[in-house]
Design a protein around this ligand. Structure first.
Ligand code: NAD
Ligand code: UD1
Length: 350
């Protein structure tokens, strides 16, 4: 087992992935600036990890800092050792992710996502570490695709956030073309939802959430009055949009499987994989299932379509299923119950 650097490791997906990696026997160093996460995540992660394994604490190093700080990054690569092991690979989550905000503050997005990634890859190269899993997004697929979409689908992101993801994917491809020692997997996540079943770690959006599941949870808990459903006349089975929701613990497991593939795969040194369930769930189905499983009421009303929404976004996940020793195991019931369990136990987040 090896020592992995996780950038953005105290964020939503990062915290669940760190837990999964630690429980699978990896050592991890985390770098996070807390620009979009709570300083309490680490305590919750350690508390949870210790319930599984007393030695958990000895397997984590944490560094508070920005990945654009190349001196700090360089010193982490040079000095961070766990059980004498240097960092052998990186899982790169750190970045901004809000599509709407990226239209208003493109510089903020390009600066953080692209410059942060350039600094990271540069320092990795200097330190002879060229194995990386990168967090990309389904938002890179453009509207002209038919869905389910495979990795060969047409990419042309319609928002600045998605454009930063595409640019970083291109940069990673250039790196593998320039030096075959790079081993890279870009994971295009579909719609991550849910939380660890303990309710000790979960999604904690800053301010009013924009995404469906955090809003449903806050309507159920009374923090938000009602859910506005964006459109009721889409060309889908019930007139509301279909999305490919994936449980965050299935996503975490996909990272572990991807790290293993990085070391085993001798064929391709640059891979792109869709990470989704391959199943389309409508907004109304999500609301109804949430109410049924959690025995609660979600008030909602229909409003105009949201600008930029597509009727259907679903992954063709065959490539991931065949290359990774992984498949998603948690259904919509589990997503709804784990999302609500986290919300009930942490009504105000961390
Ligand atoms: P998140 O905001 O919860 O986590 C990102 C973490 O990175 C945060 O803890 C933040 O503090 C940290 N960070 C940001 N910029 C940093 C910097 N320059 N230096 C150090 N730390 C920094 O987001 P998430 O939902 O966990 O997403 C993780 C990654 O996955 C992101 O790159 C995101 O774009 C991508 N992604 C997320 C989704 C989703 O729906 N959540 C979907 C597709 C892709
Ligand atoms: C969006 C982003 C995606 C990002 C993801 C998680 C786009 C094109 N995609 O996905 O890049 O990874 O968020 O951050 O912007 N809905 C409502 N009412 C609400 C909120 C959502 O009806 O108040 C509906 C939406 O119309 C959509 C579905 O719920 O059909 C899911 O929306 P959301 O959770 O915001 O995710 P996406 O838009 O799919």
């Amino acid at each position: 087992m090896s020592h992995i650097l996780v950038t953005g490791g105290t964020g939503y997906i990062g915290s669940h992935t760190c837990l999964q990696m630690l429980l699978s026997g990896f050592e991890i160093s985390i770098i996070d600036s807390y620009v979009n996460s709570s300083t309490k995540v680490l305590d919750s992660l350690i508390k949870l990890g210790k319930e599984y394994n007393k030695d958990f604490l000895e397997k984590i190093n944490f560094f508070k800092g920005d990945i654009r700080d190349e001196l700090l990054l360089d010193s982490i690569f040079k000095k961070s050792r766990i059980n004498s092991k240097p960092i052998s690979s990186v899982i790169h989550f750190a970045g901004f992710k809000a599509v709407g905000e990226s239209f208003n503050y493109p510089l903020k997005y390009w600066q953080n996502n692209l410059n942060g990634s350039i600094s990271l890859f540069k320092v990795m190269n200097q330190n002879n570490c060229r194995n990386i899993i990168f967090s990309s997004s389904a938002t890179v697929y453009c509207q002209t695709n038919s869905f389910p979409v495979s990795e060969e689908g047409i990419v042309a992101a319609s928002n600045p956030y998605g454009q930063t993801k595409l640019a970083i994917e291109k940069l990673l491809r250039d790196l593998t073309n320039s030096d075959e020692r790079w081993r890279i997997i870009a994971l295009r996540y579909f719609n991550p939802v849910g939380a660890h079943p303990s309710g000790t770690i979960g999604e904690d959006p800053v301010g009013i959430p924009n995404n469906l599941f955090p809003i449903i949870c806050q309507v159920a808990s009374g923090r938000i009055d009602r859910l506005k459903v964006f459109g009721k006349n889409w060309p889908t089975k019930d007139g509301t949009c279909l999305r490919d929701y994936i449980h965050v613990m299935d996503l975490a497991e996909a990272h572990k499987a991807s790290i293993e593939l990085l070391f085993d795969n001798t064929q391709d040194n640059f891979l792109v994989l869709n990470i989704g369930n391959g199943i389309g769930i409508s907004v109304l189905e999500a609301i109804n299932k949430f109410q049924e499983i959690n025995k609660c009421n979600i008030s909602y009303s229909f409003v105009e379509r949201r600008n930029g929404d597509l009727p259907i976004i679903i992954a063709d996940n065959k490539k991931a299923l065949s290359l990774l020793n992984w498949k998603p195991n948690r259904d919509l019931n589990q997503m709804c119950s784990d999302a609500w369990n986290w919300q009930k136990k942490n009504p105000n987040g961390y």
